[in-house]
Design a protein. Structure first.
Length: 264
């Protein structure tokens, strides 16, 4: 693996596996110790997540994810419906114009939300993507605003662009790199799935957090390009494998959580 498990993503992953149920601090410390982290490192990670209002504690010294993550989590969880997120592309473009004079923070948040939804800067001040999302323009706008787009942005559909003007737009997305990433992640998931029970939990569980988290991010932030621009079969195959892998990992994490909570 090219990425190492950290106390922060361990705590987040552990709480996400248990969500919506809370987890005792003792269990978090125990699993951290099991995976090679000191109690202090886990406590610091918990404290920082609480400071960002991503995690909250109750009176019983138990922790859970907060409602602040709801809009983002709702968007991310749409990966599960796979190709139902899209519809056939008719050649039209979904466009978004950001107003001038925005503060840097507001502009950065808006650009991040647009990037999450697969928009690229195609014209001066106008971000665009293929109009193949299986949502009404009102629902798309609401989803964009929920994830950070300024309400002052203008969202519209358009198709009357000159051929010369729109000819290079499909190259805004690095589809070859995206296809390679999908194939690589699928191969890694298959390998991890096949050998999950053949290695120690201290190795298989961290791998599940890292590899599963990386795959979820790729699927959730997929630009959802149409077949005309991207081999959608790779997205379908990876989604199917990730659902299978997640079921395996949730069972393993659930058993560990139950054991730890029984000892608390």
């Amino acid at each position: 693996m090219t990425q190492a498990l950290t106390p922060k993503n361990l705590v987040e992953g552990f709480l996400r596996a248990a969500d919506p149920d809370p987890i005792s601090v003792k269990s978090l410390l125990t699993v951290g110790e099991l995976l090679g982290f000191s109690n202090n490192a886990i406590r610091v990670a918990i404290s920082r997540l609480c400071a960002k209002e991503l995690v909250v504690s109750d009176a019983r010294s138990c922790y859970r994810l907060t409602d602040k993550t709801f809009a983002v989590s709702k968007f991310i969880e749409r990966w599960r419906i796979g190709e139902n997120r899209v519809c056939p592309w008719q050649g039209q473009w979904l466009c978004c114009h950001l107003p001038q004079g925005m503060q840097r923070t507001e502009r950065n948040q808006s650009q991040k939300s647009l990037a999450w939804h697969g928009f690229k800067n195609g014209l001066s001040g106008i971000y665009l993507r293929p109009d193949n999302l299986n949502l009404s323009i009102t629902d798309i706008r609401n989803q964009l605003i929920d994830t950070g787009l300024t309400p002052q942005a203008t969202l519209f559909k358009a198709s009357d662009f000159s051929g010369e003007q729109a000819a290079h737009w499909p190259t805004l997305w690095n589809t070859l790199e995206l296809e390679s990433t999908y194939q690589e992640l699928h191969d890694q998931l298959c390998k991890s799935y096949d050998h999950f029970h053949d290695i120690e939990p201290t190795k298989s569980l961290p791998e599940s957090l890292i590899l599963g988290g990386k795959t979820l991010r790729v699927l959730a932030l997929d630009p959802l390009l149409p077949q005309e621009m991207f081999d959608v079969s790779l997205r379908q195959t990876l989604t199917t494998m990730m659902i299978k892998y997640e079921q395996l990992c949730r069972t393993a994490w659930g058993e560990l959580i139950q054991k730890l909570e029984e000892k608390s």
